[in-house]
Design a protein around this ligand. Structure first.
Ligand SMILES: [Zn+2]
Length: 233
């Protein structure tokens, strides 16, 4: 028996029908049932992946993005060791190909970052399938790895810095972040940077050099990898 956020999932086909009839307008209702708060998925959520893959295939532009993001949010909830990637490998492969194509269509920077998160979710990359979107907000909250003080990592077009305390409310100590030199990036940071440049997303690419760069705690001076703090290593 399939379940969703409301219990028995008997009504999910009707919710999917309404979503199909009005993708943009039906998105919230669909997520309320299949992925509330975008952080919990249910058996009915995974069972909906084939239908979402088919729907995404039949749509273009913004409507495809809505469908892909619904599926991406669901797949981002899969924990390692779960059978979802095995059981739904075919629709996940379709969704991965579609989001890969959508990235070439150069959506705005915010949509681009959300779609990259979906791409990573469909690949089973944990944490960054949720953590990348701090690039859109321009801010992460982390802890210093040595003294434990709460830090804001601020990634803005005009300044990228670490602040100990709420820099928006009062004057606090800050230190500039040190971006990675693109040629020295490695692993996921390198891959995402190269991809963003190739997709013409230069603002995102610049943010990635700071996100996969280094910072120093304004309170104790300890250096740290920004990306490691963001994913809680
Ligand atoms: Zn510190």
């Amino acid at each position: 028996m399939l379940a969703d956020a409301c219990g028995s999932a008997g009504h999910v086909p009707a919710v999917l029908d309404r979503f199909e009839a009005d993708v943009c307008g039906g998105w919230s209702e669909l997520m309320d049932h299949l992925c509330p708060r975008l952080d919990t998925a249910f058996s009915a959520s995974f069972a909906a992946l084939p239908r979402l893959a088919g729907l995404a295939s039949s749509r273009r532009g913004e409507e495809r993005q809505y469908v892909v993001q619904a599926a991406g949010a669901i797949v981002a909830c899969v924990v390692s060791g779960d059978d979802v990637f095995e059981d739904f490998s075919a629709p996940i492969a379709v969704l991965h190909r579609l989001v890969d194509e959508s990235l070439h269509e150069t959506p705005g920077a915010d949509s681009y970052v959300e779609l990259v998160q979906c791409l990573l979710a469909f690949e089973g990359v944990e944490r960054w399938d949720r953590c990348l979107e701090g690039l859109n907000a321009g801010e992460y909250e982390v802890d210093c790895p040595y003294c434990g003080v709460g830090l804001f990592i601020v990634l803005r077009d005009d300044a990228c810095f670490a602040a100990s305390g709420d820099y928006a409310l009062r004057e606090v100590a800050t230190t500039p972040l040190r971006p990675s030199v693109p040629g020295e990036l490695a692993g996921l940071g390198e891959r995402l940077y190269v991809r963003a440049v190739g997709d013409g997303q230069h603002r995102v690419a610049r943010g990635l050099t700071y996100l996969f760069g280094e910072g120093d705690c304004p309170d104790c001076g300890t250096g740290f990898s920004v990306a490691d703090r963001v994913v809680g290593c």
